[in-house]
Write a protein that binds this ligand. Structure first.
Ligand SMILES: [Zn+2]
Length: 133
């Protein structure tokens, strides 16, 4: 019994000494945003069966990442990328998805392109990067 009490006390002491997670500081000058949410919700488009079928077939037809290919690398494509962003109206008609509106990219190139777009940059036809006005 005595050993059990000592053991429980030790656990209590250990818990007391555990580092606590930092408190979230309120910064009123920054707009509060719901975690894990996007500014524009495109889930209805990407979850549709028409998109899934199109994207699956597109990756079969275009198995190599075009961006890596431009840089002399052969990398398997894993993403069907809207050349013009979906939110800007590129390839947004589910009943008329045209392969010309899309390019096959690998995960790394797609994340890189999405990041540039999110920060207001776009890639030109020759691969040059320019700030969107
Ligand atoms: Zn790539």
């Amino acid at each position: 019994m005595k050993i059990l009490v000592i053991f429980l006390l030790q656990i209590k002491v250990m818990r007391f000494n555990m580092p606590k997670s930092p408190k979230i500081k309120k910064r009123p000058w920054i707009d509060e945003r719901v975690k894990h949410s996007r500014a524009v919700d495109m889930s209805a488009f990407y979850n549709s069966s028409k998109w899934r079928k199109f994207s699956k077939q597109f990756k079969i037809d275009n198995p190599i990442c075009v961006e890596c290919e431009r840089n002399g690398l052969i990398v398997k494509s894993t993403r069907t990328d809207h050349i013009v962003r979906l939110r800007d109206g590129g390839g947004s008609d589910l009943n008329n998805l045209n392969p010309k509106d899309f390019q096959a990219l690998c995960t790394k190139c797609h994340a890189s392109k999405s990041g540039r777009e999110a920060h207001g940059y776009k890639q030109g036809d020759r691969g040059n990067i320019a700030k969107i006005k």
